[in-house]
Design a binder for this molecule. Structure first.
Ligand code: HEC
Length: 133
């Protein structure tokens, strides 16, 4: 008993606790970074051919810079479909999830090619990445 008390109150023990608290904190933000890094890879495979992450550049599709929370069909100088202009959507996380799960179902008549990413984890990764844009 006496020995344990000595260990627990030693400065070394205290700094060990501080160090592990730091480690836990680092692991959480590291997890976010891991998610968006996975998302970046999926974005490169599934979206980048048509979407730029650069706010000043529309390619075949509108730029997705700042897309989370943005009104649908609101990027200047991009020729959206009438269906998208009439959708009245705001790109909340839920709507983005539905969009990448089945965009044609969410906005019938959209000009975007059919995308069907039904895997919840893959959706999470892509959402995490879109939030960084
Ligand atoms: C083959 C080209 C193509 C691919 C691949 C593609 N998109 Fe699109 N995307 C478009 C086009 C074109 C539009 C505009 C649609 C319209 O006006 O109906 C669009 C629109 C969008 C919008 C609405 C943007 C706004 O400003 O309202 C989002 C969000 C979006 N795409 C996300 C994605 C994501 C995420 C992926 C990958 C999972 C993806 N797109 C893959 C061509 C593409």
């Amino acid at each position: 008993m006496k020995a344990m008390f000595t260990v627990a109150s030693s400065p070394l023990f205290a700094s060990l606790i501080a160090a592990s608290a730091l480690l836990v904190g680092a692991t959480f933000s590291h997890a976010d970074a891991m998610l968006s890094a996975q998302g970046k890879v999926l974005f490169a495979h599934n979206c980048h051919a048509c979407h730029s992450e650069d706010s000043a550049r529309n390619t075949f599709g509108p730029s997705l810079s700042g897309v989370v929370g943005r009104k649908a069909a609101s990027v200047p100088r991009f020729a959206y479909s009438d269906a998208m202009k009439a959708s009245g959507l705001v790109w909340s996380e839920d709507n983005l999830r539905m969009w990448i799960a089945d965009n044609v179902k969410l906005v019938p008549g959209t000009r975007m090619r059919h995308v069907a990413i039904s895997d919840k984890a893959e959706q999470d990764y892509i959402l995490a990445y879109l939030k960084t844009l």
